[in-house]
Design a protein around this ligand. Sequence first.
Ligand code: SAM
Length: 286
Amino acid sequence: MSHEHRDNGPRRVGQVKEVTSLANPIIKDIKALSDKKTREQSGTFMAEGLKLVIDAIELGWTIRTLVYAKAAKGKPLVEQMAAKTVASGGLVLEVSEKVLSSITRRDNPQMVVGVFENRWKPLRDIRPAKGETWIALDRVRDPGNLGTIIRTADAAGASGVILVGETTDPFSLETVRATMGSVFAMPVSRATPEEFIAWKKQAGVSLVATHLAGSVDYRTIDYKTKPVVILMGNEQSGLPEQLSREADALARIPQQGLADSLNLAVASAVMMFEARRHLLSLSEAK
Ligand code: SAM
């Protein structure tokens, strides 16, 4: 078989562009992805680090551009990802560390950055089956919280995340960083409160909303009979009445001590692991 016909065969000269100038227009376009509007308009986002880039490509996400530092040149995994990028019609850039730092806004940047096409799961396509757990987040603001919740949802075996109302962007660099790659494994959907409520009414799910004034101990709820959607409130203001009144149960995690409430990501973790307690076992664990 000739080299040209091998999927992961050597790249032809000219398929890797070398860039050292911060003023290069392709670099400017990539840097502009730190802006939410640009991400939305282009339908793309950035992920840093070789592990994340490998996870994304292996899970079938479309890579538009692979950027790597000169120092990473020749590393077998980087070369493999570069070959896959070229094979799927993407662009490969070899850049100076200075350029990489400016893209990721870090002094010690990762050696590899990928630009991927984003994916939103349409809410109407979510039809939870028994044994599934989804987590819905009302106006989540903090990228670290959202990333941590996506990562935790993945680890707990949840099926995906539904963003309700105006929320922080799951495809921002900070959120993607905090997901540690789980953003590539977890479907993410978005909806207005009205769309979410209409969807809930026909989805055949048990909506368990969490609230500091909830009257039900979260450990006493039936998480087995129906698929479960756990609904979490905004960091500052909690759940609005418009959403809490749609709940089948208003759950509270009993607390002691001085703190008024748990951090949103921590409360989400407690809820997801409780809702899936009967489905999680060490024997099936990684
Ligand atoms: N000041 C907000 C309030 O009054 O609701 C605090 C919000 S708390 C930081 C963010 C979200 O985490 C809450 O809306 C709720 O969904 C969840 N949460 C935090 N602690 C909880 C607890 N002890 N029981 C139930 N939900 C909790």
